[in-house]
Design a binder for this molecule. Sequence first.
Ligand SMILES: CC(C)=CCC/C(C)=C/CC/C(C)=C/CC/C(C)=C/COP(=O)(O)OP(=O)(O)O
Ligand SMILES: O=P(O)(O)OC[C@@H](O)CO
Ligand SMILES: [Mg+2]
Length: 260
Amino acid sequence: MRPTPPSLYDALCTRQQHGRKALAVLLDPDNLNETSLLHLLRLSEAHPVDYFFVGGSLVLTEHQAALIALVKAHSTVPVLLFPSHSLHLDGPADGVLLLSLISGRNPDFLIGQHVVAAPRLKASGLQLLPTGYMLVDSGRPTTASYMSGTLPLPHDKPGIAACTALAGEQLGLKLMYLDGGSGAKNPVSGAMIKAVREAVSTPIIVGGGLNSGEKVYAALAAGADVVVVGNHIEARPEFLAEVVGVVASFNQVTAAQRVF
Ligand SMILES: CC(C)=CCC/C(C)=C/CC/C(C)=C/CC/C(C)=C/COP(=O)(O)OP(=O)(O)O
Ligand SMILES: O=P(O)(O)OC[C@@H](O)CO
Ligand SMILES: [Mg+2]
């Protein structure tokens, strides 16, 4: 009998309970080739990351499965699919962020895609992580809001974000993901992250436009449990060292607090 893999969701909750922050690096199959991925995997040995998310708004290339296989061949870091569509579920990943786009009012992204994907997800053996996905206005239209045909949450309305997350938690969603969208001009505000932190007890993932150590720090300080960086590591892989350092600085403080 195959051993049961460790639960990704339990691991996230344990981290959260201990105040340990995590870094997810977003791998967009359309923007990576074997050489750039191997370079990133080498860097991630020196500067360890906690999760690889794999996804993109289009996924035009055919090599998502091969790319995940390459990650699995060179790394023990868990791989989570971050699908923009029910078509994008291939590859030997460990789990899937089962996103319901609760900031929007497009039924296809609230439940429609999920109906189509359900039998395949059941057969896949992937660990399912039901996630309340909230797109937040970041100063300009993003691919994700355009592709989903939804209005993002207003940037300066933390109260709406908090009620949206609370409703998602009451519906049984296990994680909340606040996303300014890939390449966001302005990341999700600290005030919004804090309001969501106070409203729900689920782990909170924050991403979109985190392109400096200061922005990553601000998201973690406001209450994010997991920060996601995609574009800026694609453009400048050496940014990985800086962002790993910022996440580690939080975790060192936490470890010191545990000792005393
Ligand atoms: C039920 C299944 C299997 C899928 C759910 C599908 C849903 C609800 C998706 C949420 C809406 C959406 C379009 C999310 C985008 C997620 C994603 C992969 C973002 C990263 O892509 P980007 O990096 O923004 O896009 P680019 O390709 O432009 O870089
Ligand atoms: O590419 P960036 O801007 O880092 O955003 C990551 C992710 O949250 C986008 O969905
Ligand atoms: Mg992208």
